[in-house]
Design a protein around this ligand. Sequence first.
Ligand code: SAH
Length: 260
Amino acid sequence: MSEVCVLPRFHMASLSLAPGVQVDLPEGAARHVQVLRLQPGDALRLFDGAGRECLATVTEMGRKAVSVVLGEAVEEPRELPVRVTLAMGMPANDRMDALVEKAAELGVYAIQPLVCARSVLRLDGERAAKKVAHWQAVAVSACEQSGRAVVPKVHPVASLQSWLQSAEAHAGASAVMRGVLSLREAVSVREWLANAAPQGLEGAPQDWSFLSGPEGGLSAEEEALALSRGWSAVSLGKRVLRADTAPLAMLSVLGAQFED
Ligand code: SAH
C-alpha cells in the first residue's frame, strides 16, 4: 500500500474534486480532525462516497471549523469486482451495527434490512428511518477506515414478503445471481459458484444478491417464496451460523473467489 494510505480519510458528500479549491470540512470530520490535533499544513484525504477521492491540506483550524485546500485526485480502486447486495433479517441489539461495519469492510455494495416472520427486531416508521440513518453512518465510518471511496447504500427497512415481490428485488433479474443462505436442502456454496461463474470473474454476472435470515431463521414459507421467484438455496457448510455471521461468510467467499 502506498504512503498516502496512512493519511486520515474523511467522507464529504458534496466534494468538488477541484484542486486548489478551499472548503470547510463537514462537522463530524472537523471534530475528528480536532481530536487528531492536525495542524495547518497537515495532509488528509477526502472521498465523496461515490468513488471519488482527493488529497487535501489543512489550511485553518478554527475553534470548530476546519478549512482545507483540495489537492490532486487519488485513484485507488478498492471495490470488489462484483456488486453484492446483502438482504437480511436484521439481528437485534448492536449486532446489526457490527454486521454493517464488517460488511462494508468486506466490500458489500448494498444492504437491505428486512423484517421477517421470525424477526426479533421489528422496526417501522420513524424508528426504522432513524436506524437506517445510523447504519448508513456506520457504513461511512467503515469506509473511512478501510480505504473504500464508495459507501455501500443501506436501503430503507422493508418486510421480506414485500421486498421479495418488489421490483427492486427483481430489477434486471436475469443478470443477478440470487442465493438464499439456507439451512434446509441447499447446494454447497462451492458447487453453486462453480455453476454460476465457471470461469471465475470472466463472464461472471456483475450483480449478486443474498438473502439471509434473522436469529430465528427464515420460515419454510419465506424460503419457498424466494425459491419460487428464482432464488437458489445455498449452504455455507454444516454448522449453524448466527444471523450476523452468515452474510459476512458469504461476502468473504465471494471476495476470495473473484478478487485478485
Ligand atoms: N435458529 C435458526 C438459525 C438461524 S441462523 C434456525 O435453526 O433456523 C440465521 C440465518 O443464517 C439463517 O436463516 C440462514 O439464512 C443463515 N445461515 C446460518 N447458517 C447457515 C449455513 N450453514 N448455511 C447457509 N446459511 C446459513
